[in-house]
Design a binder for this molecule. Sequence first.
Ligand SMILES: CC(C)(COP(=O)(O)OP(=O)(O)OC[C@H]1O[C@@H](n2cnc3c(N)ncnc32)[C@H](O)[C@@H]1OP(=O)(O)O)[C@@H](O)C(=O)NCCC(=O)NCCS
Length: 190
Amino acid sequence: MPEASATAGTHAPPRVDDRIVLRPWRAADLDDLVAHADDARVSRGVSDRFPFPYTRADGEAFLAGRVVDMSVPVFAIEIDGRAAGGIGVRPFAGERRVGAEFGYWLGQRYWGQGLMTRVVAVFAPWAMDALALERLQATVLDFNVGSARVLEKNGFTEEGVHRRALRKRGQLHDLRMFARLREPDHGCVP
Ligand SMILES: CC(C)(COP(=O)(O)OP(=O)(O)OC[C@H]1O[C@@H](n2cnc3c(N)ncnc32)[C@H](O)[C@@H]1OP(=O)(O)O)[C@@H](O)C(=O)NCCC(=O)NCCS
């Protein structure tokens, strides 16, 4: 098991507020997962590991741990008792294990209510503490204004743009790189 996940395993997932809980995914989430994930507007902002259409077989593969490594923190975002989205962090390896990348999504019916801003406000400091991270980063597709705002409102700084970094649905896109550092900023030895 990677060192980082062993550390995270000692930390319970954080509660966001009275409506929103982060918790491990369960096999019983399949119906809710597919209902929210099978949405072109959700999948266009995230990795191709999150396909469209999103079938029950895709959901089963994810919940069985065949799509992402579930030994690191990968949580369902439960809203009012039902899984309605996901958030997860992937620690880097070797000399880069001071850092990690995270990603998130929410079912479309919950967009625009400030919910992901609240989730990231709790999850980012929790993940940095649980995994002893100096750096937490997220990459955002050029058109994804909402995701960029979620990060900016949570103390992430835009560091630059990876130009023409990927092709999604036949279109080339830039990727915006955002990161938040552990405070205080110790700087780096040149
Ligand atoms: C991106 C996403 C997570 C945002 O979640 P959300 O709960 O709707 O975001 P919030 O309601 O907390 O909004 C945060 C800010 O973004 C703004 N925003 C949200 N969606 C927006 C959009 N489509 N266009 C412009 N601004 C938007 C909000 O107005 C708010 O800013 P403000 O407080 O300055 O007004 C959600 O749209 C989603 O799941 N998208 C699909 C998956 C995805 O793209 N994930 C991110 C991958 S990097």
